[in-house]
Design a protein around this ligand. Structure first.
Ligand SMILES: [Zn+2]
Length: 148
C-alpha cells in the first residue's frame, strides 16, 4: 500500500488543487463528475487514478451519480490501459479510511495494470464462518441497507 499521506487541510487537498489546475498532473480523461490522471507512484506503467471533481472524502460521501461516474470512467481507462500497455491483469482498488489504506482523503479509484510477480500484495485472511453467522451478517446489512 502507498505510504504517501496528503497533509493538506480539508478543502485544499491535493486532488482538489489538481482538479482546479493549481498543481500539474498528467491528465488522461475528464467528464462532468470525474477526472483521470496518472498516479505519481506508477506501481506499474499505466497506473491511473480516477477522482471525483467535487471534494468527497470517501465512498460514504460521494453521490450515487458520482459513484457511477467513477466506475464508468475507471472502465474507460481500463480499456485504454489494456490497449496501450497490454497488461495480463488489471486491479481496481478503492480505499476508505486510514485503516482501509486510504492515503489521500478525497474519493478516488486506482486502475492498476498487473503483471506476474509485480510485488503488489493484498493479504486475504479467510475466516469461513458457519452458515448461520453469514445469515446473521446478511440480516444486519438488510436492516440498514439504503434504498436502491
Ligand atoms: Zn479534495
Amino acid at each position: 500500500m502507498p505510504k504517501f499521506v496528503d497533509p493538506s487541510p480539508p478543502g485544499h487537498c491535493i486532488f482538489c488543487r489538481l482538479v482546479a489546475g493549481e498543481i500539474p498532473a498528467a491528465r488522461v480523461a475528464e467528464d462532468a463528475l470525474t477526472i483521470a490522471f496518472m498516479d505519481l507512484g506508477q506501481v506499474n506503467p499505466g497506473h491511473v487514478l480516477v477522482a471525483t471533481r467535487r471534494h468527497a472524502e470517501n465512498l460514504y460521501d460521494v453521490t450515487p451519480a458520482e459513484a457511477g461516474a467513477a466506475l464508468k470512467m475507471a472502465q474507460r481507462v481500463a480499456l485504454a490501459v489494456r490497449d496501450a500497455f497490454a497488461p495480463p491483469g488489471l486491479t481496481i482498488l478503492q480505499a476508505n479510511g486510514r485503516e482501509g489504506d486510504q492515503t489521500v482523503m478525497h474519493f478516488h479509484l486506482h486502475v492498476v495494470p498487473r503483471h506476474a510477480d509485480d510485488g503488489i500484495a493484498l493479504s486475504w485472511p479467510r475466516k469461513e464462518p458457519p452458515a448461520d453467522v453469514l445469515q446473521d451478517y446478511a440480516a444486519r446489512l438488510r436492516a440498514t441497507l439504503p434504498a436502491g
